[in-house]
Design a protein around this ligand. Structure first.
Ligand SMILES: Cc1ncc(COP(=O)(O)O)c(C=O)c1O
Length: 347
């Protein structure tokens, strides 16, 4: 439908610095990985940040660390998330014990949904991990309550922040609510650089284990697990160049979202608001919802859409795929697409 563009100033910054990498001969494990990790620490407020080659590789690494050093073996994930989240937990060799139900209003589990899942869990909470995915650009509104609950019960909480880099809840940055979190900079994400991720944690021990994990622990030679899931220097520079324009990218999308919101309000169409002052999103997706019936029947004139989040349910939340649609929203969205969508919303 359209082309997702990287801001020109990001491209210029990348071009300006790429020769430094070639001249230094430092194509991996070099200064751009360090600069990117420092930048992410500053932006997110996380105490530790490690660059990885994807969100998925970072999540697998955390799960393997939780298994080896914290005795974890069972996991719950939410019903409404990317299919790959299921393969991530399988890759890490976990028992997937439950898909937690989700609410249409947020596309994520509420505290009650999570509490229900825990109440019905027969296993040992000391062996459990809960991995929650922030959906569509906002952070799970109940995550503070969920995080406290998990801490009290000694459940490890992993935040899949693939969608939510740049979003905040009560001024706290995405990815920092659980024991660890991972961002994605994959091509279609809110803040995108082709490939790449950054893993964050406020836990010093987990952070250090991850740093050794990505180097196969080849210096200390103590860990039984580890794999090269590192980001190359060229890719670290590209992610750094894009992340430097985080605010410009989000503001550009906010302007599109504001136009959609105005049209939705006028036409009495429900949508997920990413501008509530306690829960500010990065506008990864603009989602409209229909509480009563199938959204295609409720809003037949809306034809200009992008991929849903998601058009399948991993668990029980089967009505979510049928009851939401996503409108086109990305950095540098073509004006003609915007106008077409507004016309369809008005109709
Ligand atoms: C919810 C969710 N989690 C994880 C991922 C994996 O991200 P990556 O492609 O960077 O591994 C994605 C996107 O692809 C996603 O949408």
């Amino acid at each position: 439908m359209g082309v997702i563009k990287i801001p020109q100033s990001s491209v210029d910054f990348f071009k300006e610095h790429q020769d430094e990498i070639f001249k230094s001969g430092n194509l991996s494990e070099g200064p751009w990985n360090e600069k990117l990790a420092d930048k992410i620490k500053k932006i997110s407020g996380a105490k530790n940040a490690v660059c990885v080659n994807s969100n998925g590789s970072g999540l697998v690494a955390f799960l393997l660390i939780f298994k080896e050093y914290y005795g974890r073996k069972d996991i719950m994930i939410q019903s409404n998330t990317m299919y790959g989240v299921k393969t991530i937990v399988g890759t890490a060799g976990y028992n997937l014990v439950k898909f937690i139900d989700c609410k249409l209003e947020t596309l994520m589990p509420s505290f009650e949904n999570l509490k229900n899942a825990i109440d019905n869990y027969q296993g040992d909470l000391n062996k459990l991990v809960i991995m929650l995915s922030d959906m569509g650009g906002i952070i799970n509104p109940d995550i503070e309550k969920i995080s406290k609950f998990c801490k009290d019960k000694n459940i490890l909480l992993l935040e899949d922040a693939a969608h939510s880099f740049g979003s905040t809840l009560n001024n706290k940055f995405a990815g920092t609510f659980g024991d660890a979190g991972v961002y994605s900079y994959y091509s279609t994400k809110a803040i995108f650089a082709g490939e790449g991720g950054v893993a964050v944690t406020n836990n010093e021990k987990i952070g250090n284990l991850l740093k050794d994990f990505i180097a196969y622990d080849r210096f200390k030679q103590k860990m039984p697990i580890g794999c090269n899931i590192r980001l190359s220097e060229i890719q670290a520079l590209l992610v750094y160049s894009v992340v430097s324009n985080l605010n410009e990218i989000i503001n550009n999308k906010l302007k599109i979202a504001e136009k959609y919101m105005e049209a939705c309000v006028k036409s009495k169409i429900d949508f997920i608001d990413q501008t509530k002052n306690y829960n500010i999103g990065n506008h990864y997706k603009f989602t409209i919802i229909s509480q009563e019936k199938n959204i295609v029947e409720a809003l037949p004139k809306i034809k200009t859409t992008t991929s849903k989040i998601y058009d399948y349910a991993l668990g029980e939340s089967k009505d979510i795929p049928k009851k939401h649609l996503c409108l086109p929203i990305w950095y540098g969205l073509d004006d003609s697409i915007l106008k077409k969508v507004i016309t369809e919303l008005k109709n």
